[in-house]
Write a protein that binds this ligand. Structure first.
Ligand SMILES: CC(C)(COP(=O)(O)OP(=O)(O)OC[C@H]1O[C@@H](n2cnc3c(N)ncnc32)[C@H](O)[C@@H]1OP(=O)(O)O)[C@@H](O)C(=O)NCCC(=O)NCCS
Length: 187
């Protein structure tokens, strides 16, 4: 099995790997719009560096990571260091976000990515994480629960127009307990 790890944005300098990542989404979802392209790559790197300082992100400091399997990007995620500085981020977004390329979904990778982000949070000094997901996101609910997420509440978003995204579930994770109890189901 190839090594699975997270890589901070600035260490991914080979755009051909990001191109493959975009292609995986595009092959599965033709209307998908990439958030990083060859044209905006430099700007993307500048923006993610700025986000680490909370610049241009409502003051929320955020670290972006690529999720790697060997030398291939199979997902992306991030850690928000201070979601509490922005009311909507605090309530609806929490500390962690993640996504897996479509071709690798339902194989246990999302659960591992969440685990690796929690591990990183512990290295950064956090003891607890808040993770949220939409009530309709069956995969994400399982990911959080498989990382020992304890359900807090469901929140109804009156500002959200799309029915699928109206209800957010909020969970808290005791990071030490989560890391200790984690079992990967990856086949
Ligand atoms: C949500 C997402 C990260 C799941 O990634 P993944 O690699 O498929 O996750 P896993 O394989 O670890 O799935 C965990 C469990 O959920 C199940 N699952 C995953 N997607 C599912 C879906 N769409 N419907 C039902 N079950 C699903 C898996 O089969 C697995 O079940 P098991 O543990 O009983 O075998 C992925 O679909 C994605 O990137 N979605 C878009 C971004 C997103 O929604 N991010 C989460 C909010 S931050």
């Amino acid at each position: 099995m190839k090594e699975l790890y997270i890589l901070e944005d600035k260490y991914m300098t080979d755009f051909s790997k990001i191109d493959e990542y975009n292609k995986d989404f595009h092959d599965n979802f033709p209307d998908w719009k990439p958030f990083v392209t060859k044209e905006n790559f430099e700007n993307f790197l500048k923006e993610v560096e700025e986000k680490k300082q909370g610049i241009g992100n409502d003051g929320v400091k955020e670290i972006f990571y690529w999720f790697m399997e060997g030398d291939k990007i199979i997902g992306a995620g991030g850690i928000r260091l201070n979601p509490e500085v922005d009311e909507r981020t605090k309530i609806y977004c929490g500390h962690i976000f993640y996504q897996i390329v479509p071709s690798k979904r339902k194989q246990g990778y999302g659960t591992i990515l969440c685990h690796l982000l929690l591990k990183k949070m512990q290295e950064l000094g956090f003891k607890e994480a808040i993770i949220t997901c939409f009530d309709t996101n069956k995969g994400s609910i399982k990911i959080i629960e498989q990382n020992s997420g304890e359900f807090i509440e469901k929140i109804y978003d009156i500002e959200e127009k799309n029915e699928r995204f109206k209800i957010t579930r909020r969970y808290k994770v005791n990071i030490e307990k989560s890391l200790k109890n984690f079992k990967s189901k990856r086949r």
